[in-house]
Design a protein around this ligand. Structure first.
Ligand code: PLP
Length: 410
């Protein structure tokens, strides 16, 4: 089967899957939604940067600093190309999705909302796309409104249309649900919101490793993601914004690099994107992220998306054949994420016992407690797959679940 061949080759690119002698160690890693493993090219890019080109950026007049700056700004261009942004200046580096959303709440959000205004999010959101907006509501007297979902995990767009009143000042929505894998119909959502004059922030944390993203075609106002979910380092992520928004936004944090000039009387700020990057940034993180994006681009999203669809189809079938197992979130289309519950077995017990079979999955509320409440579940067990996963990994999961059922006398 094609995806097995593609992924088996990819698996060899990731040292985590080898033992000290270089043999495959049999690890079945199905927690990519939490964080993905790193290919050798990313590790090499970071090591090479520290070994041959490391210095602080922007301020240096010597060769090393110029080279470090070239790699950092080259990384910005790589992210811009990856998202098909109009220009590199529309990319702001952050620590990740969480920081990007907090940045937007503290700047764009703070500017736009006041008492009586509304901020629209959905039932599907990760806590990172809930709590920053709650904090903003507390500061401004605005109200949070929630788009409901159907039982299968799909957004209720009719309800969304009704909620989009003139009080709504922004909509922030996940491209893909981390807990269920559902791909939201972004183009339709953005069109709906824009028809009502509402700007849209997209949380791309879970979409970025699975789907080709074209921010201009989507026409989103902002798109944010984390590097570690797309085979890059932790502590680095990016925020894309429309130029007119970025240019109108006040700074997020104050410090070095984000200024044009400073006196005790008055400080003026650097142009975008530097205005939003106070202090020494995660330079090596940017280098690693750029290497990860180049790696993914080298494989291509046609292959990655096809592989994902085949894994969704195969996983839905083989997991669906297990008695007492219920897949949570069946709305199509989805990325290869399988949240499930097994009658009589707590997800945490399932996770711990599956680990004995060298199968790494996640159990819990997946930082989406309001979604779990809506579904009437305390937690689920979640297998989330990446480009190195194969149908054989899903077979290993099924076998481990069958053993788990036997363990519980089923
Ligand atoms: N949004 C979604 C949909 C996520 O899945 C996650 C992480 O799992 C985040 C936001 C937060 O990402 P990070 O912890 O990298 O900032």
């Amino acid at each position: 089967m094609k995806p097995v061949a593609v992924s088996s080759r990819m698996r060899g690119d990731f040292p985590i899957f080898r033992d000290p002698e270089g043999r495959d160690n049999g690890l079945v890693y199905l927690d990519n939604g939490a964080s993905a493993q790193k290919p050798q090219v990313v590790l090499d890019a970071v090591a090479d940067f520290y070994a041959t080109a490391y210095a602080n950026i922007h301020r240096g007049v010597y060769r090393l600093s110029e080279e470090a700056t070239r790699r950092y700004e080259g990384g910005r261009a790589t992210v811009a190309n990856f998202l098909n942004a109009g220009s590199a200046e529309q990319i702001v580096f952050t620590r990740g999705t969480t920081e990007a959303i907090n940045l937007l709440a503290a700047t764009f959000g703070q500017q736009r909302v006041g008492p009586g205004d509304e901020i629209l999010i959905t039932t599907l959101e990760h806590h990172s796309n809930i709590v920053p907006w709650q904090l903003l509501c507390e500061r401004t007297g605005a109200q949070l409104k929630i788009v409901p979902i159907g039982d299968n995990g799909s957004l209720d767009l009719t309800a969304m249309g009704e909620l989009l009143t003139e009080r709504v000042k922004l909509l922030s929505v996940a491209h893909v649900s981390n807990a269920l894998g559902t791909i939201n119909p972004l183009r339709e959502i953005i069109r709906l919101a824009h028809d009502c004059g509402v700007p849209v922030i997209v949380d791309g944390a879970q979409a970025i490793p699975h789907l080709a993203v074209d921010v201009q075609a989507l026409d989103c106002d902002f798109y944010v993601f984390s590097g570690h979910k797309i085979y890059g380092p932790t502590g680095i992520g990016a925020l894309y914004g429309k130029r007119e928004h970025l240019e109108a936004m006040p700074p997020y944090q104050g410090g070095g690099d984000m200024i044009e000039s400073v006196t005790f009387e008055k400080t003026t700020y650097a142009p975008v994107p530097t205005r939003f990057e106070a202090g020494t940034p995660n330079i090596a993180g940017v280098v690693g992220l750029a290497a990860a994006l180049d790696y993914v681009s080298g494989i291509g999203f046609e292959t990655i998306e096809q592989h994902g669809r085949e894994l969704v189809e195969y996983g839905t079938r083989v997991l669906g054949e297990i008695p007492d197992l219920r897949i949570i979130g069946t709305a199509e289309p989805k990325v290869p994420v399988f949240s499930f519950v097994i009658d009589g077995i707590h997800p945490h017990d399932a996770g711990t016992i599956l680990s004995e079979s060298n199968v790494a999955i996640r159990a819990g509320h997946h930082c989406a407690q309001p979604l779990m409440d809506r579904l009437g579940l305390p937690a689920t067990t979640r297998a989330s797959l990446g480009l190195y996963n194969t149908t054989a990994d899903l077979d290993a999961l099924v076998e481990a679940v069958q053993n788990l059922r036997k363990f519980f006398g089923k």
